[in-house]
Design a protein around this ligand. Structure first.
Ligand SMILES: Nc1nc2c(c(=O)[nH]1)N[C@H]1C(S)=C(S)[C@@H](COP(=O)(O)OP(=O)(O)OC[C@H]3O[C@@H](n4cnc5c(=O)[nH]c(N)nc54)[C@H](O)[C@@H]3O)O[C@H]1N2
Ligand SMILES: Nc1nc2c(c(=O)[nH]1)N[C@H]1C(S)=C(S)[C@@H](COP(=O)(O)OP(=O)(O)OC[C@H]3O[C@@H](n4cnc5c(=O)[nH]c(N)nc54)[C@H](O)[C@@H]3O)O[C@H]1N2
Ligand code: SF4
Ligand SMILES: [Mo]
Length: 685
């Protein structure tokens, strides 16, 4: 067999080390779109990164962030060698060592921790990183399971929406971007594609051109909200009330599809009962929106077909996030919106390939599960056993996980041994005892999986690894071998793993990938819900009242928990995705000042003006930065970008410093948008 996906030879020149060539690959970053890329490489170095037309949805153009990715690859923050800490924790002073010494050091620290307090005193800590199939849940997972470390609940994102989607529909494939133009009504609910998935936009515009109406439900006037027929600027965390009022409207006005409910759902009666108290006026009051506008939204939804709801992730990041996702995702079932192209719901399509990682062979042990949103507590409070070794990869928790101050306090512990396996000197890497340098996606193989469009493509190295950087599989393979938990016939490195994955995937997926083509997903590229794909629940019906979720939510299903607003901290701070970073990835690059966005009424009430440097504070922490005053956010709500680095504010602290580590009602997710704060001029502090 030839090596799959070998760099493009069309110019007749080798991609690695030759003169100039254009190499096809795919973007595996944590973005729904998974663009196909054309990377120009000159004498072994990346010159430009552009879109390629291989993926018809991403259609030859990419975001500005990834165009700049070369600045990360060759930038001053890049980690080039393994290194051990030589100054105080957080000082960023490190001394170079060899890979052999580094792996030996990790292994000896693991053995010491295991001998002293058991392997559960080791906490592997990871999230998406590059979001591809190869870089997580492979040799790493096998290693952790066999060694018996603590397990991690990966809940920082998509936990509530994932729990709702799994319970209601068994993660059925959802409407893809290509079918948006078929819709007569599109509701963008808690999603801002102008930053978070730009390839949706031409399809929304095409729908509008064909006469579709657009509704945007978002506390901010996002770029698409500006051209919406209705913009509902809800208070963060109140979507459950809005959606339940829409259910009540559907049931009360003869718009519930009784035949669909009878044939394809269970639990509709309980949903109807729980929606009953949510008349429009009450929901409008809770959400802080105009009741007439809410009624218009309910009526437009009831009367339109095909009607499409794009459920984003902005609505899940609060105490009611799970119930919000449940109520929103249940709407097409009650309203009878399935069964037509362009109708139904559109959310994560990450499960559409039905790929099970059968290539890893290690049952989950019954070890402790740590919710990743409780990292600060795990490091500072857990004692049975304490966390004595932390191994961070694919993640930058000092910037991205709730309760930053507590996390930093934990990372400062002298008796904690922290390994950070990273591409650049992140906020977390600064606190490492041992740094391991990682390849970027331009230096490694990966399977890039789109979770907006349904796509899967092979990403491949377009340049040699920079410095001594290594891919995850190589490092975890070597560590597993050193610790004696790798069997001799098992993949022990990246190429091995990639070939094993290709050999394990069904032929209809692996064959096209080997040929450099994109395979067709099981339900097709553009499945129609309830025509091409059906719920993957045990009875193939929509489970509108999953009892297990009702029992696990603090107040049960389809219930609203009041706003945590207090008199001292009356402002709701949200921190959505921005155009500059993917989560915190690329946050090291030079950027204009990070600014707080505030409505003019809130600024006036505090005597604040544009460009004032302000203190945003609560009991957990404070952030200092300049102010933008504009009506593009509702009064009472303020916004900072997600994923900023500590160096991008005036006091080395970011939005996550103000976020409580409370968990969402379903799925144990993060409540980023439940941060309640006050803002004052720094000059008056
Ligand atoms: N450029 C860029 N793209 C990204 C990312 C990135 O960081 N940068 N991150 C990627 C990842 S990891 C994810 S999960 C997705 C997330 O992408 P999105 O689904 O767009 O999620 P967010 O950016 O969190 O928030 C979306 C919108 O929800 C609004 N919002 C906040 N709270 C609420 C609420 O309670 N109710 C409602 N209705 N709206 C609310 C915000 O104002 C924002 O406009 O994007 C991915 N794509
Ligand atoms: N304030 C606020 N914070 C948020 C959110 C919010 O709404 N508000 N949203 C959250 C969301 S949606 C998400 S998904 C999380 C994401 O939070 P994180 O999981 O921390 O994601 P990133 O910030 O992208 O960090 C990923 C890191 O992995 C590294 N990496 C990439 N690929 C690899 C690899 O192959 N191997 C190794 N070893 N490392 C790799 C990258 O260099 C990067 O530093 O952030 C959350 N943080
Ligand atoms: S981050 Fe998203 S839009 Fe940008 S290149 Fe990657 S997949 Fe495309
Ligand atoms: Mo995310």
């Amino acid at each position: 067999m030839t090596t799959p996906g070998k760099p493009d030879q069309s110019t007749g020149e080798p991609a690695l080390g030759g003169t100039t060539t254009v190499v096809e690959t795919a973007c595996p970053l944590d973005c729904p779109d998974a663009c196909s890329l054309a990377v120009t490489v000159k004498q072994g170095k990346v010159v430009t990164i552009d879109g390629s037309r291989k993926n018809p949805v991403t259609d030859g153009y990419i975001c500005a962030k990834v165009r700049r990715f070369g600045d990360r690859v060759y930038g001053p923050d890049r980690l080039l060698y393994p290194a051990v800490r030589s100054g105080r924790k957080g000082s960023g002073q490190f001394t170079r060592i060899t890979w052999d010494e580094a792996i030996g050091l990790v292994a000896s620290r693991f053995e010491k921790a295991k001998a002293e307090a058991g392997a559960e005193s080791i906490l592997p800590y990871s999230y998406g990183g590059s979001n591809g199939l190869l870089t997580q849940d492979n040799i790493d997972a096998q290693l952790w399971r066999r060694y018996g470390t603590s397990r991690l609940a990966r809940t920082v994102c998509a936990a509530p929406t994932g729990a709702a989607n799994a319970a209601l529909y068994g993660k059925m494939s959802s409407v893809t971007y290509q079918d948006y133009p078929e819709a007569a009504l599109i509701i963008l609910w808690g999603v801002n594609p102008s930053a978070s998935g730009i390839h949706i936009i031409p399809f929304v515009r095409e729908a509008q051109k064909r006469g579709a109406k657009l509704i945007v439900i978002d506390p901010r006037t996002t770029p698409l909200a500006k051209s919406a027929d209705v913009h509902l600027p809800v208070k963060a965390g109140t979507d459950v009330a809005v959606a339940l009022a829409m259910h009540r409207y559907l049931f009360a006005n003869g718009h519930a599809d009784e035949a669909f409910l009878r044939d394809h759902t269970t639990g509709a009666d309980t949903l109807r009962e729980r929606a009953e108290p949510w008349h429009l006026a009450r929901a409008a009051e809770v959400a802080g929106v105009d009741a007439a506008a809410l009624e218009t939204v309910a009526r437009m939804y009831a009367e339109s077909s095909p009607a499409l709801i794009r459920c984003g992730w902005g609505l899940e990041r609060n105490r009611n996030g799970g119930n919000a996702a449940m109520s929103v995702l249940a709407l097409p079932a009650v309203g009878g919106k399935f069964g037509v192209r362009g109708g139904g719901y559109s959310m994560s399509n990450s499960a559409s390939w039905n790929i099970e990682r059968t290539w890893i062979d290690a049952p989950e042990p019954a070890t402790r599960i740590v919710n990743m949103n409780h990292l600060g507590r795990a490091l500072t409070e857990y004692d049975d056993p304490p966390v004595n070794v932390l191994f961070v990869y694919n993640c930058n928790p000092a910037a991205t996980v709730p309760d930053q101050r507590r996390i930093i306090k934990g990372l400062e512990r002298e008796d904690l041994f922290t390994v950070v396996f990273e591409q650049v000197m992140t906020d977390t890497a600064l606190y490492a005892d041992l740094l391991l340098p990682n390849t970027t996606f331009l230096e490694a193989y990966d399977f890039a999986k789109g979770y907006g469009p349904i796509s899967l493509d092979l990403g491949r190295p377009v340049i040699d690894a920079v410095g001594e950087a290594r891919p995850n599989a190589d490092v975890f393979g070597e560590l597993a071998a050193r610790l004696g938990v790798l069997k001799s016939n098992e993949p022990s490195g990246e190429l091995d793993l990639m070939v094993t994955v290709l050999n394990t995937l069904p032929d209809r997926i692996s064959e096209p990938l080997r040929e450099g083509a994109m395979p067709s997903p099981p339900g097709g590229f553009t499945p129609v819900q309830f025509v091409d794909v059906f719920p993957n629940t045990p009875d193939n019906k929509v489970n509108l009242f999953p009892a297990a979720l009702d029992a696990s939510a603090p107040m049960g299903l389809y219930q609203y928990q009041p706003d945590p607003e207090t008199a001292r901290y009356p402002l709701a701070l949200i921190s959505p995705a921005s155009e500059r970073t993917i989560s915190s990835t690329l946050g090291e690059l030079a950027r204009p000042d990070v600014r707080l966005l505030m409505h003019p009424d809130d600024a006036r009430a505090r005597g604040l003006e544009e460009n004032d440097v302000v203190r945003i504070f609560n009991d957990l922490g404070e952030v200092h930065c300049p102010l933008t005053v504009a009506p593009s956010i509702r009064p009472g709500t303020i916004s900072l970008p997600k994923g900023i680095w500590r160096r991008s504010t005036r006091n080395n602290s970011t939005g996550t410093a103000l976020v409580p580590d409370t968990l969402t009602d379903l799925g144990g997710g993060a409540c980023f948008n439940d941060a309640r704060v006050q803002v004052a001029s720094l000059a008056n502090a």
